[in-house]
Design a binder for this molecule. Structure first.
Ligand code: NAD
Length: 514
């Protein structure tokens, strides 16, 4: 019965009355929440209510943490080879359900089906990487540091870890987190984005099907309150966060005050420098794909282009290419970009574009009044280009997170690098050039953590780490790769002595030396 449920708004359409409720996963069971408040998960292309996500109650949250705590002793002592085999199975199941997962991502998040497949696939690669955990977590050993004494270190899991996810990669980001964490021997509480929790639930189902024991992975839902509960809970030892700076810095400081380790991937303003000698077609294609792909809602989207020698020679080609892009619902086969996540997100993009115009930018292409036939109520923004951008403009200082490209100009590579280095963010930066000398100078002097040379979105594969810096990251240990293993483990260093006992030895009160 639903008598004890009250939704935030009265159901208005039949689709809403039938919208399924997103369950919690607690101790191996998918359970309907007893929450009194639910948030609508809305298809951004149609405004249909896909599902309703609960604000998981405090009691349910505590049950999830305690299930994770209870599962930890057995799971940490489960051989790493067994844990790896669960991941080996999980990657197979993700491949099996790739189309289903991608369709869910498109339905809840809006990106095109092909892009949604990429979202799942880049997460799948982290699962594949976790299959090699035995080697990744190997310790160190020095024999005979003193007579009969050896010292070695081992990496041990830390306990219950938690993950807090953003809306823009509903499959990839959860897969950056829990596969690495649990294969290291930890247990996990995942908090998906309240805007698109469906993929997390599907992935959790697959993890159970793959043989992950009950309680090792738990899923809870909500917004600020549950995030604060995660920060404050003494049984949670580490938090992985991906999202905006406001949330990320709040979580970083609140959780650190409780003694937790935190890795926090945050916002970005990624620049590309285009040198006059860059290959024209390849560079234009790269700028279009990285600027407008996923409707600009990637943390590694290229949102600002700095043209050394001026943008004029590039403008007509870029405009031609941008105008040819098809804006449509992500499920339509011809779509190049889908809607932005919400009406508020669309409003925000419009406001920032308008503020750019008012502060002197030139609107080369205006995608604000786009209407997509058949999807008139979708949150669509067409490709938009502003030129004559200066660093003091609001649209430059803020992360727009929409299909908007900003054009700036510089007289030299030196000046272009300075523009980028002055920006507070440091997620990614790229250069397009045929000069090795320019590329090498850029690589050396640029202050950004992920550098592309003729590559627009240099997101490293999982054997490296995701290494955004400056205001784009807080913490010491980045996501996945070696750093990810280090984040989800702590070092224990053992010193052992084995030698023949000799009679008549004396007490030595001094600090031991070799
Ligand atoms: P968001 O910060 O609004 O939400 C992220 C998570 O934090 C959600 O689970 C949300 O419920 C929670 N949250 C939001 N505000 C909170 C608050 N004040 N207190 C506590 N919890 C809060 O981010 P989003 O809009 O979902 O995602 C977009 C942002 O994520 C962009 O800034 C983008 O650049 C960033 N992002 C960064 C990376 C990266 O690796 N650096 C990757 C993807 C997205």
């Amino acid at each position: 019965g639903s008598s004890h449920f009250t939704t935030m708004a009265e159901p208005s359409s039949s689709s809403k009355r039938n919208a399924p409720r997103v369950p919690n996963l607690i101790g191996g069971r998918f359970l309907d929440s007893k929450a009194s408040s639910f948030i609508d998960v809305i298809n951004p292309a149609t405004q249909e209510v896909v599902s309703q996500v609960p604000l998981t109650t405090d009691e349910e949250f505590k049950a999830a943490v305690s299930a994770a705590k209870k599962a930890f002793p057995l799971w940490r002592n489960t051989p790493v080879t067994t844990r790896q085999r669960v991941m080996l199975k999980l990657q197979e199941l993700i491949r099996r359900d790739m189309d289903k997962l991608a369709l869910n991502v498109t339905t809840e998040q809006g990106k095109t089906l092909k892009d949604a497949q990429g979202d799942v696939f880049r997460g799948l690669e982290v699962v594949e990487h976790a299959c090699g955990m035995a080697t990744l977590q190997m310790g160190e050993y020095v024999s005979n540091v003193s007579h009969g004494v050896d010292t070695y270190s081992v990496r041990e899991p830390i306990g219950v870890c938690a993950g807090i996810c953003p809306f823009n990669f509903p499959a990839m980001i959860p897969l950056w987190m829990f596969p690495m964490a649990v294969t290291c021997g930890n247990t996990f509480v995942l908090k998906p984005s309240e805007k698109d929790p469906g993929a997390s639930i599907m992935l959790a189902e697959l993890a159970l099907e793959a043989g992950l024991p009950e309680g090792v992975l738990n899923v809870v839902h909500g917004t600020h309150d549950i995030v604060n509960a995660i920060c404050d809970d003494d049984d949670i030892k580490a938090i992985s966060f991906v999202g905006s700076n406001v949330a990320g810095m709040h979580i970083y400081s609140r959780a650190a005050a409780k003694g937790k380790r935190v890795q926090s991937n945050m916002g970005a303003k990624n620049h590309a420098i285009v040198m006059p000698d860059a290959n024209v077609d390849a560079t234009v294609n790269a700028l279009i794909a990285a600027g407008f792909g996923a409707a600009g809602q990637r943390c590694m989207a290229l949102s600002t282009v700095v043209f050394v020698g001026g943008s004029q020679p590039w403008e007509s080609k870029i405009l031609e290419s941008a105008k040819a892009l098809k804006v449509n619902a992500g499920t339509e086969p011809d779509a190049d970009l889908g809607p932005v996540i919400s009406k508020q997100a669309k409003e925000r993009v419009h406001t920032l574009v308008q503020s750019g115009v008012e502060s002197g930018a030139k609107l080369l292409l205006d995608g604000r009044n786009i209407v997509v036939p058949g999807y008139e109520s979708g949150n669509f923004v067409g490709p938009t280009i502003l030129s004559n951008i200066t660093a003091d403009m609001e649209c430059y200082k803020e992360e727009i997170f929409g299909p908007v490209l900003l054009f700036m100009e510089a007289d030299s590579l030196e000046e272009a690098i300075n523009i980028i280095n002055k920006n507070k963010y440091g997620n990614g930066a790229s250069i397009f050039t045929t000069s090795g000398v320019a590329a090498r100078k850029f690589q050396t002097e640029i202050e950004a953590g992920q550098v592309g040379i003729n590559v627009p979105i240099p997101v490293p594969l999982p054997f490296f780490s995701f290494t955004g810096n400056k205001a784009s990251f807080a913490g010491d240990l980045n996501f996945y790769g070696k750093a990810g293993v280090n984040f989800y483990t702590q070092i224990k260093t053992i010193t052992q002595q084995w030698k023949e006992a000799v009679g008549g030895s004396k007490v030595n009160m001094a600090m031991p030396t070799s």
